[in-house]
Design a protein around this ligand. Structure first.
Ligand SMILES: [Fe+2]
Ligand SMILES: [Fe+2]
Length: 342
């Protein structure tokens, strides 16, 4: 028992109420049917990255340059997917603190688990391709490989910048605001994995991308159900925050969906040319990275999708001139307080 704790049990019939918010709900309310359905689907669709048909994948069939180029794409993805488990674990804790209904807690638990799978998948692919388990300490075999390792270092540095901001944002904003950022990440993720599945030649990657894409689709549905539940009564100040977070999310996620914009990404001058070269090589080797034009088109469609959702609830969409979307001008983004996730 804590040293300063004074016993009270003998002085009253029932204990005083537990101060709220408290991480400890003792109730299992369920009001949102859709979330129960999604949870059931999540249980049914569980998969194990280690059990993918890895035996069909022989990295030795590729040149070192190709291996390093494909591993680079997985590294780029890891910058987003390796932060997803703690990001959602933090959100999961919040659902407990605010005593969210039981299916919401379970759904966030499933997202955390899925993202852990996605992170494992990145690790399994990179380790096989490079014959080494860490793209930052890997000894490159080719000239391009050296440049890609430098790119990886810069990606890692930039990705790491948002964790402190995220931790500050989670307690500050209601879950309803967080959902819009989550949804953006999920739309982005679902988009890219469906493309990658359709265009990759290796069976193991096809299956992996299909599984991940299905998970991301479920995550998207979780966010949508919660928006449907909470957005009709959303206060005006929360709406304004959402508009800003969408613009911030666009800048952040563009690095994996499109190309990294300088407003957030602090990168050396040759970063993009090096990345483009690697993507070209990976693509020629049968790894389905979309072309610049396809990325542009897909990212634009994903944003229009999101705009469609937010329009329904009267939340102003930010201007995204990079992909030709007009809207509210957002200039005062504090990049230290962004919520984007993947
Ligand atoms: Fe993911
Ligand atoms: Fe996700």
């Amino acid at each position: 028992m804590a040293r300063n704790y004074e016993r009270i049990a003998d002085t009253m019939e029932l204990p005083p109420p537990t101060p709220q918010p408290n991480v400890f709900p003792l109730s299992w309310e369920s009001h949102t049917r859709k979330l129960e359905e999604i949870w059931t689907a999540a249980q049914r669709e569980v998969w194990d990255p280690a059990k993918l048909p890895w035996e069909t994948f022989d990295p030795a069939r590729y040149s070192w340059e190709e291996r390093e180029a494909i591993a680079y794409w997985w590294t780029l993805l890891s910058v987003f997917d390796a932060s997803a488990p703690p990001v959602f674990a933090e959100a999961l804790i919040k659902t407990y603190e605010v005593h969210e209904e039981d299916p919401v807690r379970r759904c966030f638990f499933s997202v955390t688990r899925d993202e852990q799978n996605h992170e494992q998948l990145c690790g399994l692919a990179i380790t096989r391709l490079l014959g080494h388990d860490n793209p930052l300490t890997y000894e490159p075999r080719t000239e391009l490989g050296k440049k890609l390792r430098r790119n990886a270092h810069w990606l890692y540095y930039n990705g790491g910048r948002y964790w402190t901001g995220y931790k500050q944002a989670v307690p500050k904003y209601p879950l309803a605001v967080l959902f819009s950022s989550f949804l953006m990440g999920e739309i982005a993720a679902a988009t890219i994995f469906h493309q990658m599945a359709a265009q990759s030649k290796e069976p193991v990657f096809q299956t992996a991308f299909r599984n991940v894409g299905r998970d991301e689709g479920r995550h998207m549905a979780i966010c949508m159900s919660l928006m449907e539940r909470d957005y009709p009564g959303l206060p005006a100040e929360d709406r304004a925050v959402i508009t800003k977070q969408i613009r911030a999310g666009y800048l952040f996620l563009s690095a994996v969906l499109f190309e990294p914009p300088p407003e957030f990404w602090d990168l050396p001058e040759d970063f993009i040319p090096v990345q483009r070269r690697a993507e070209e090589i990976a693509r020629k080797a049968g790894f389905g990275i979309p072309t610049y034009e396809m990325k542009h088109e897909n990212w634009r469609n994903a944003m229009l999708n999101l705009k469609g959702v937010l329009d329904k609830y009267g939340i102003p969409f930010p201007a995204i001139p990079e992909v030709g979307i007009t809207g509210e001008e957002v200039t005062d983004i504090d990049m230290d307080e962004i919520i984007p996730v993947f």
